[in-house]
Ligand binder design. Structure first.
Ligand code: DAU
Length: 364
């Protein structure tokens, strides 16, 4: 898909660019724009630059277009310095602690990164924006990437939309909701030109294997039990990461200032359906003596487990013309094939992060 990216945007600051979604954003910008991309990342347990390094290796002209700023947004001075250094025309804020189970074990990290980190960033960006010449100031955008989890949990019917009241239920989603409120407050109070997106569950290549889809693929391949929380009937709306990137860049560059856009994949599936489909794909692509589905095991439920998420993407469809390109089963097959070819990367990450697929987020 062609990316309509204004040429006036020369410097883009992406926070969390060594993460799964941030990395996909950076790869897209590097290969499709001439902008310089400043990648602000604290290089935490799930941060990894391999995908960006590969992109840059394939075209050495891109080396000077990617600059890593190894900064933790919790560090106020370093954040202010990073904004000065990058002199951005556009800020895409994706840095966040994102894993619900980890937020149950250690909520403080989530409050620090997602709330204080966003606050420090907003303050630094506001003083940068205040000093910009009129033309650049008019075009400047702060785009905050958030989640549908801020809206809470749905029953069997209904969908989240931009008008849905906030009702977060996990430490993670509460911290993201707080960051959304801060971003909106900085717009209403200080006039900072913000745009916000709330997306559904992302999946695709390069996702850290603590999230359902990569975790299930790796458990199956190592012949370990595949953990299905509760009765497996919780529902998520799956969105292929590259489709999400198109939507968020469109919102960042063409969205209405002060507005939020819900981005969903129109891919509602129960967790049991997701896990079964992965097993079927592995049976086809990497056959073993027994079907992988034999490894599926119901385990204790996640505390406070949200029942169902589903997005009504009407606003982004009609106002910005965005639609997802990947049907879930197509995106999932691409993803499974990718993991089968990239088991070395998973192994390397597991050693670096000290995460080996163990169950987390149970209250003892
Ligand atoms: O909706 C968007 C959100 O999607 C993002 O904001 C979060 O950052 C992202 O982590 C994701 O949240 P979930 O909690 O839905 O994703 P997760 O992959 O952890 O779990 C997906 C579903 O699968 C959820 O209902 C819990 C279930 N699950 C998860 C794991 C890790 C299992 O049944 N077994 C598992 O081992």
């Amino acid at each position: 898909m062609t990316l309509l990216f204004p040429e006036s945007i020369q410097n883009v600051l992406v926070t969390g660019g060594a993460g799964f979604i941030g990395g996909a954003v950076i790869r897209r910008l590097l290969t499709n724009t001439t902008a310089t991309i400043f990648n602000l990342d604290k290089m935490g347990y799930s941060s990894d630059l391999t995908s960006i390094e590969k992109t840059v290796e394939s075209n050495p002209n891109l080396i000077s277009h990617h600059r890593l700023l190894n900064v933790d947004l919790c560090n106020e001075d370093a954040t202010a310095q990073a904004i000065k250094q990058s002199n951005p025309d556009l800020v895409l804020h994706l840095a966040a602690e994102t894993h619900v189970d980890r937020s149950i074990d250690g909520p403080h990290e989530f409050l620090k990164s997602n709330i204080t980190g966003t606050y420090n960033l907003l303050q630094a960006v506001r003083s940068h924006w205040d000093q910009l010449p009129e033309e650049r100031q008019k075009q400047f955008r702060f785009h905050h990437v958030s989640t549908d989890e801020v809206f809470g949990s749905l029953g069997l019917n209904g969908q989240f939309s931009e008008a849905t009241p906030y009702a977060p239920r996990s430490p993670y989603s509460a911290s993201k909701a707080a960051s959304d409120h801060l971003v909106k407050a900085w717009h209403h109070t200080y006039g900072l030109p913000i745009v916000l997106t709330n997306c559904s569950n992302n999946y695709g290549p390069w996702q850290f294997p603590e999230k359902l889809i990569p975790l299930v693929i790796l458990k199956a391949l190592t012949k370990e039990p595949i953990p299905l929380y509760g009765d497996g009937s919780n529902i998520r709306d799956w969105l292929f990461v590259e489709d999400h990137v198109e939507g968020l860049l469109l919102a960042a560059t063409n969205g209405e200032v002060g507005q939020s856009y819900c981005i969903g994949g129109s891919g509602e599936r129960t967790n049991r359906q997701v896990v079964n489909t992965i097993c079927d794909l592995l049976d086809k692509l990497h056959p073993s003596t027994n079907s992988y589905s034999r490894l599926i095991k119901q385990v204790a439920d996640r505390p406070g487990h949200d029942r169902r998420y589903a997005i009504n993407p009407k606003r982004i469809n009609t106002e910005l013309g965005w639609y997802p390109c990947h049907k879930f089963e197509v995106g999932l097959e691409k993803t499974v094939r990718w993991y089968l070819k990239n088991l070395n990367w998973c192994e390397k990450l597991s050693v670096k992060s000290c995460y080996k697929g163990e169950r987390i987020g149970l209250i003892k």
